[in-house]
Design a binder for this molecule. Structure first.
Ligand SMILES: [Zn+2]
Length: 312
């Protein structure tokens, strides 16, 4: 994650450096192709989706309320989560989803808004926060980036189910006064197993506290200071190997169909097959483009494969 912060810093540096130059499109585009998340402080977040939609979560703390809202999410009715008046402008078709819409008759709702899927999940579960009046949210952006926002909560039953979702970012409240404290939040992060676990809602009355944030020693910890904006990066599993195979189907006369497949194997156990079929003559030897790969295939007679390998 340090890398993405570095990218942001570099982008900002370039923006400032070339502020007067008209041709900044290369830098601007690379920043716009990812979503961004501004941690405004305490329990407040502003997410800008890859298509530029603006989502506020629990508006109350900090600054950055000048972007026109498309969606406002509220996790529960306490006043450190509901300062909706701070949001200065709203687009004509903006929506508000609160715990009231998100949790109806015990059912946690899912809202597919096109640019984001909003799933309400359990939250609260402590003396200050009734599980019946609080929700957390899992947001999935159009580029696949997923963000869990715990809301004000202690451990919930659902958290253990989130691990299989392989969430990208997960925010855990850690205040220890109205909700779970840092130790319990670390245990929750251990259940959820997100790619980045982030402490927030750290110290009631303060935007942020660096020393307390650092006590949150969860695996894959990411600390975002109040006022900091990060670039949201989708998970791209590393390619372990690409294996080519080929076979020939005999057609009429001298013509045959050559089918080449390249199977890609990734570190997370998934695989992907890229396949092309080409008309060839008997005894053809050539290099063919299969997705991003150049594959050399040497055939003998109608259907025999003599050699098949990826050309470096
Ligand atoms: Zn709160």
């Amino acid at each position: 994650m340090k890398n993405s912060r570095r990218i942001l810093v570099i982008l900002l540096a370039f923006t400032m450096l070339f502020a007067t130059m008209p041709e900044l499109s290369v830098f601007a585009q690379s920043a716009e192709s990812n979503g961004r998340l501004l941690y405004q402080g305490h329990g407040s977040l502003r997410i800008t989706t890859p298509e530029g939609k603006v989502i506020y979560v629990d508006p109350s703390a900090g600054v950055g309320y000048d972007a026109s809202a498309d969606l406002i999410l509220v996790t529960h009715p306490h006043n450190d989560h509901t300062a909706l008046h701070l949001i200065q402008t709203r687009n004509s078709d903006y929506q508000i989803i609160t715990h009231t819409e998100a949790l109806v008759g015990g059912e946690y709702k899912v809202f597919d808004l096109g640019y984001v899927i909003v799933e309400a999940v359990q939250a609260g579960n402590n003396p200050n926060h009734s599980i019946n009046l609080c929700v957390g949210y899992i947001l999935t952006l159009s580029d696949g980036v997923s963000i869990y926002i715990s809301g004000d909560t202690s451990t919930t039953e659902q958290m253990a189910e989130f691990a299989e979702r392989k969430l990208d970012y997960a925010f855990f409240c850690t205040d220890g006064r109205f909700n779970m404290g840092i130790e319990e939040a670390i245990a929750c992060a251990d259940l959820v197993k997100a790619r980045h676990s982030i402490p927030y809602h750290i110290l009631p009355g303060a935007l942020f506290d660096q020393a307390l944030a650092e006590q949150f020693t969860a695996k894959n910890r990411l600390i975002i200071a109040a006022g900091e904006e990060i670039i949201l990066e989708a998970y791209v599993p590393k390619l372990i190997k690409a294996v080519p195979t080929a076979y020939v189907q005999k057609l009429n006369g001298n013509m045959n169909n050559l089918t080449i497949s390249v199977t890609e194997y990734f570190e997370n156990g998934t695989s992907n097959i890229i396949k092309v079929t080409i008309s060839i003559k008997n005894n053809s030897a050539n290099t063919y483009q299969v997705g991003p790969y150049k594959v050399y295939v040497d055939t003998k007679g109608n259907v025999q494969i003599r050699e098949c390998y990826i050309v470096k």
